[in-house]
Design a protein around this ligand. Sequence first.
Ligand SMILES: Cc1cc2nc3c(=O)[nH]c(=O)nc-3n(C[C@H](O)[C@H](O)[C@H](O)COP(=O)(O)OP(=O)(O)OC[C@H]3O[C@@H](n4cnc5c(N)ncnc54)[C@H](O)[C@@H]3O)c2cc1C
Length: 373
Amino acid sequence: MNDILIIGAGYTGMMAAVGIARRTKAANVTLLNPTDRFNERLRQHQVAAGQELGDHRIPDLVEPAGVRFVEGWAAEIDAAGRRVVLGDGRELHYDTLVYAVGSSTPAVDHAYTIADPKLADALRDNATGVLTVCGAGLTGIEAATEAAEAYPRMTVRLLSRGEPGSMMGPKARAHLNRALDRLGVEVRTGVTISKVLPGAIELEDGDRLPTDVTLWTTGVRVAPLAAQAGITTDDTGRVVVDATLRSVSHPEIFAIGDAAAIRQGYGTIHGTCQSGIPSAAHTAESITRQLKGKAPKSFRFGYIHQPVSLGRKDAVIQFTNPDDTPGRFYLKGKAAVFYKESVSGSPLKFYRMRMAVPAKLTGRTGGRRNRLP
Ligand SMILES: Cc1cc2nc3c(=O)[nH]c(=O)nc-3n(C[C@H](O)[C@H](O)[C@H](O)COP(=O)(O)OP(=O)(O)OC[C@H]3O[C@@H](n4cnc5c(N)ncnc54)[C@H](O)[C@@H]3O)c2cc1C
């Protein structure tokens, strides 16, 4: 029997594990994750604002499909020996490895990241203080608006070099700016942060802004696990893959989701669930093809949307061209809230659906074929 090991039970690792196990009985499929609770990363800004999420046990989601779940931390990949050494010394052998460790924002002294479990308490304890959100990317915008809505007496400041929503079209961006305004978020653009200090932010122009809680949302990195194993990675730690999503240096390793540097005609895909889930579904298909002696196919992906929540009562969805440039259409208000909620809730619904429907009937999922060269 072939041993297939998936490191990381986030959105993409779960999808790959279930997809492989449902397609073939000719492999032992093992899924490794540090905890047995599924982390709904799409909703981390909601957790930060004090909302309780559902409790989803990973074994309940994957074991019915025939996946073995192992709780543990991958500390080392021995690529020559085809084994993964866990933090507690246990070892897992693989014939094929799926690298799905996701990504994170690097920690900065005196600042929280969105994944920090202590952030929710810090916001609650400073409900009348100042929250400074550094970075107006989608995570920064979602966190700032969520906090401003949950804590109306808090001063929420959003600092950024560029304009919030700069990747959106003018109408969607205008709606975004109106929402920031309505929620009282103080936006300051064109700034470069030189230092985060305890209780203050220092800007390059010499300004010093007092703060009670600082949230750092910029810069994405992937753990150095693959790089330390001699697997080819890019400068952010993502595994460089070929057109079929296999590592260019180690073809027995597939990389998916945020942990993979996936090239398409328009450039390298940036980490989203939107692109990650299709990469996982494609990999499940490729691995089962290989088990049948067939070659894996090339992966092609084009973006559909940029969904952004603006608190619980508002959102904006910019529909896009396959290369993620803004298209003509956008949604706002209640329709956008409904749409965004469907996006955030869909992965878990989808894993459950995969259990109920024969694998033959479930093809690739999400995304759409990239129409660009
Ligand atoms: C606030 C917020 C909102 C977002 N909204 C959207 C959105 O609306 N649409 C969208 O498409 N994307 C969105 N994203 C991005 C999306 O969450 C990520 O692209 C997605 O989670 C990537 O999935 P993944 O499986 O690659 O990684 P993850 O979901 O991060 O999962 C990685 C898993 O690997 C595990 N792991 C890591 N290292 C190890 C190790 N050494 N050993 C064992 N396990 C390990 C982790 O514990 C984790 O369980 C959002 C992100 C944030 C933060």
